[in-house]
Design a binder for this molecule. Structure first.
Ligand code: NAD
Length: 247
């Protein structure tokens, strides 16, 4: 018996990075995986990789800021599988600038994807999960959503906001059998770090007691645990996965 046998799991931002690692981990754990991302080629590749692991997988090109797209995908998934057990709200972006330099476009775009997108997806699946009497919603926060970070006014606000969603929904949905938790990764080696200079990456590594960046699989492992029935009494919490960065 695998950890996610029989569970239908929808993962946003699953074309690369942590989302892709999560899709593959869930596939190995027996889930039916629904890969969602804005990148068509990445969606196709992720679905193929999940299928190569023996999983049932399907993909959708979707922008989480577009509510009609989100609703259409959820309707198709529910029609095909009859249920949605797990939503991983992983899609997220950065557009960094110091407070004095941040444009309204940068502010709005990050809030739109990282905060409104999470709201769209959760609201779209909640009726299905409520009707089932079970479900798991996992939200991607960040250490930046706990401690803040230089140059990330918009991103920090969105990731603090995701923790607010998590606490609120865990209260609202717990009585309906739905668990809601957040994961707060530290510095993880994915394409999202590609704009950061090597010198800054080295400084980041030095701040971590384990002396290195995390790997996407190390976040995927935590999502898999939280998605599984092994985490049946974990609700409304934020799990920091940062190699002890904040100690
Ligand atoms: N890598 C890190 O160090 C780190 C740390 C803390 C939190 N996180 C969070 O983890 C999540 C994944 O990060 P990552 O490092 O894998 O990032 P990434 O940039 O490698 O991957 C993000 C994925 O989201 C997709 N995406 C972007 N906008 C989208 C939209 N509007 N609709 C649908 N999909 C969209 C992208 O196409 C991409 O495939 C993000 O929410 C990020 O904020 C990452």
């Amino acid at each position: 018996m695998k950890r996610l046998d029989g569970k239908v799991c929808l993962i946003t931002g699953a074309a690369q990075g942590i989302g892709l690692a999560t899709a593959l981990k869930f596939a190995r754990e027996g889930a039916s995986v629904v890969v969602c991302d804005v990148q068509q080629a990445g969606v196709d590749a992720a679905v193929a990789q999940c299928e190569a692991l023996g999983a049932t997988a399907t993909g959708f090109v979707i922008d989480v800021t577009q509510r009609e797209m989100v609703d259409a995908v959820v309707a198709q998934v529910t029609a095909r599988f009859g249920r949605i057990d797990v939503l991983v709200n992983n899609a997220g972006i950065t557009q960094d600038a110091r407070l004095q330099k941040m444009t309204l476009e940068q502010f709005d775009r990050v809030i739109d994807v990282n905060l409104r997108g999470v709201f769209h997806c959760a609201q779209a699946v909640v009726n299905t999960m409520t009707a089932q009497g079970s479900g798991v919603i996992l939200n991607a926060s960040s250490v930046v959503g706990i401690y803040g970070n230089f140059g990330q006014t918009n991103y920090a606000a969105s990731k603090f906001g995701v923790i607010g969603f998590t606490k609120t929904w865990s209260r609202e949905l717990g009585p309906k059998g739905i668990r809601v938790n957040a994961v707060a990764p530290g510095f993880i080696a994915t394409p999202i770090l590609s704009t950061i200079p090597d010198k800054v990456i080295t400084e980041m590594e030095q701040r971590v007691p384990l002396g290195r960046l995390g790997q996407p699989e190390e976040i995927a492992n935590v999502y898999a645990f939280l998605a599984s029935d092994e985490a049946s009494y974990i609700n409304g919490t934020v799990i920091e996965v940062s190699g002890g960065m904040s100690v």
